[in-house]
Design a protein around this ligand. Structure first.
Ligand code: NAD
Ligand code: UDP
Ligand code: UDP
Length: 322
């Protein structure tokens, strides 16, 4: 077993962050979870609160943070378009000022730092599948730009701190990930389709439904992040992490209807502005550098995710907007 460390997870009360905290605690580390609870919640980590190695701090990463840690996973940032477009200036600040503060912290305490970047840095891509050396096609002034450009700038900062200050950095480009603890009201396609199917309401497919995404189950993704953190110091990334099996949104809608046994019908709605037409990771680099590939097929991951949402619905624990 590796040596126990003090690990900071920003955005630790969110969907991915809560699974990461759980995993790090299970490995015997001390975990400091920092979150402003914009899209995350205490409920996501309530099962960890009794663990003496777990600490939670309400803090916004756009402000400086002075603590002592060995490793930092920087996940703080709303991930769903509905939430990151709610206050776009705050989204850019979270990505840029948040990255500067966490890099400044890493520099002061000489911690290793991992950035949760995103496939959105590729924008609406011209090459398919996307490899890490592709520079992307991102609109700098559209409604998604606060997220896409914010994440791109964060990557720039990570590589400049690496070049200028010899920081130990790791950059993961995460593709669409799903699983339990996604918010039912966060507007992402998997949570929308499942909630609609469970209530026998129309399934809202945007555009023609021919646009594609590749969906990775949360446990697979967390495993990839932890493996990346444990690589040798010369492995900086960026490294794509995602499931390369690609689906159209229409295929996804039909799969969700089948697995929930729903009476829902499909309703076509307009495609949002700048919605990427296709997205699929090339994970050759993750396979080589991390010996990682996803293990959980969409059908199996959806079964677990649907069971989670069913529990939420039957316990009445669903926000009014969902
Ligand atoms: P999430 O919205 O569930 O989690 C984000 C967490 O960050 C929340 O707990 C939120 O309260 C917190 N947060 C937001 N702004 C903050 C701030 N200024 N200070 C402190 N905390 C703040 O989203 P997620 O799906 O868990 O995503 C986690 C990270 O992974 C994000 O950085 C996201 O960009 C990245 N990512 C996620 C996906 C995905 O499909 N889930 C894909 C690509 C990248
Ligand atoms: N910072 C922080 N915690 C620390 C050290 C730094 O939040 O433990 C913040 C600090 O507010 C600063 C930023 O990180 O604005 C960048 O730090 P760096 O040392 O790179 O730059 P400088 O302090 O020279 O601006
Ligand atoms: N989408 C859809 N119906 C919905 C929500 C989303 O058809 O109710 C589509 C959306 O237009 C996009 C895809 O599903 O093409 C994935 O959307 P999501 O917001 O989950 O992720 P992102 O666009 O950030 O990849």
């Amino acid at each position: 077993m590796q040596q126990a460390k003090r690990v900071l997870v920003t955005g630790g009360a969110g969907f991915l962050g809560s699974f990461l905290c759980e995993r790090l605690l299970a490995e015997g580390h001390e975990v400091v979870c920092v979150d402003n609870f914009f899209t995350g919640s205490r409920r996501n980590v309530s099962h960890l609160l009794d663990n003496r190695s777990f600490e939670i701090i309400r803090h916004d990463v756009t402000f400086p943070l002075y603590i002592e840690v060995d490793e930092i996973y920087n996940l703080a940032c709303p991930a769903s378009p509905v939430h990151y477009q709610f206050d776009p200036v705050q989204t850019t600040k979270t990505n840029v000022h948040g990255a500067i503060n966490m890099l400044g912290l890493a520099k002061r305490v000489r911690a290793k730092i991992l950035q949760a970047s995103t496939s959105e840095v590729y924008g609406d891509p011209e090459i398919h599948p996307q490899t890490e050396d592709y520079w992307g096609r991102v609109n700098p002034i559209g409604p998604r730009s606060c997220y896409d450009e914010g994440k791109r700038c964060a990557e720039t900062l990570f590589f400049d701190y690496w070049r200028q200050h010899r920081l130990r950095i790791k950059v993961a480009r995460i593709f669409n990930t799903y699983g339990p603890r996604m918010r039912p009201d966060d507007g992402r396609v998997i949570s929308n389709f499942i909630m609609q199917a469970l209530r026998n309401k129309p399934i809202t497919v945007y555009g023609t439904g021919q646009q594609t995404r590749s969906f990775c189950y949360v446990n697979d993704l967390i495993d990839g992040l932890v493996r990346l953190m444990h690589t040798a110091d010369d492995v900086t990334g960026p490294i794509n992490l995602g499931n390369p099996v690609e689906f159209t949104m229409l295929e996804l809608a039909n799969l969700v209807i089948e697995l929930t046994g729903s009476r829902s019908k499909i309703r076509f709605l307009p495609l949002p502005v700048d919605d990427p037409r296709q997205r699929q990771p090339d994970i050759g680099c993750a396979l080589r550098e991390l010996n990682w590939k996803p293990r959980i097929a969409l059908r199996d991951g959806l079964v677990t995710t649907i069971a989670y949402f069913e529990t939420l619905v039957s316990s009445g624990n669903v926000p009014a907007a969902a």
